[in-house]
Write a protein that binds this ligand. Structure first.
Ligand SMILES: Nc1ncnc2c1ncn2[C@@H]1O[C@H](COP(=O)(O)OP(=O)(O)O)[C@@H](O)[C@H]1O
Ligand SMILES: [Mg+2]
Length: 202
């Protein structure tokens, strides 16, 4: 049985921190695991990431497709093959990020987003999505240098946060919503408790 876990949340919520800790813990427990992230995770994805996060305007439709181009490549080249081998795959951001940033954030049509996301994911859905929820200002304050998204206005980030909470509410079986303002170790403990339940032979 394959297990696919994704981390979602606003800027500075601790996604990369907790994804790394979970990855190390799995390896330490002797469980084959792979840690990757979006956008990026492949050489092509890294090029797309640089452009998406760097300087220069990108219209919302193009942005939607660039994120999904990176995702399509990552799913077909990295995530699917790893899951097929029985590796636990952890991804720092996935399709839900596009729904909230391009949908709730930018105001793109949700059907359009779903269609684009479905092409990229080939219908692959996470078994568990950890949502690290934190007040916008608190998360942003944890970041020093700001990229193109982190520099968006506070109202944008509030819509993103709201969007995540709505998504999680619609699918409570797959989403674990956590208070990301808790100490790192406490967040780690709660995540591990849930992950243990979905691991094979767990
Ligand atoms: N629970 C926490 N409490 C306080 N600081 C945290 C916590 N989790 C992460 N951080 C710090 O906040 C910053 C952003 O964390 P990061 O994992 O990069 O967030 P994200 O990937 O969600 O943007 C880092 O400096 C990290 O060490
Ligand atoms: Mg990060």
């Amino acid at each position: 049985m394959s297990v696919f876990i994704t981390f979602e949340g606003g800027e500075g919520s601790g996604k990369s921190t907790q994804a790394r800790v979970l990855y190390r813990r799995l390896l330490k427990s002797g469980i084959p695991a792979l840690l990757t992230h979006e956008p990026g995770g492949t050489p092509l994805g890294t090029q797309l990431r640089r452009r998406l996060k760097g300087e220069g305007e990108i219209d919302p439709q193009t942005e939607l497709l660039l994120f999904n181009a990176s995702r399509a490549h990552l799913v077909s080249q990295v995530i699917r093959p790893a899951l097929k081998e029985g590796t636990v795959v952890i991804c720092d951001r996935f399709a839900a990020s596009t729904t909230v940033y391009q949908g709730y954030g930018r105001g793109l049509d949700f059907d359009l987003i779903e269609a684009a996301n479905n092409i990229a994911t080939q219908g692959l859905r996470p078994d568990l999505t950890v949502l690290l929820d934190i007040p916008v200002e608190q998360g942003l304050a944890r970041k020093s240098l700001r990229d193109r998204f982190e520099r968006e206005e506070v109202a944008f980030h509030r819509r993103v946060r709201q969007g995540y909470l709505e998504m999680a509410k619609k699918d409570p079986e797959r989403w674990l919503v956590l208070d990301a303002s808790l100490p790192k170790k406490e967040v780690t403990r709660i995540i591990w408790e849930r992950v243990e339940q979905i691991l094979p032979n767990g």
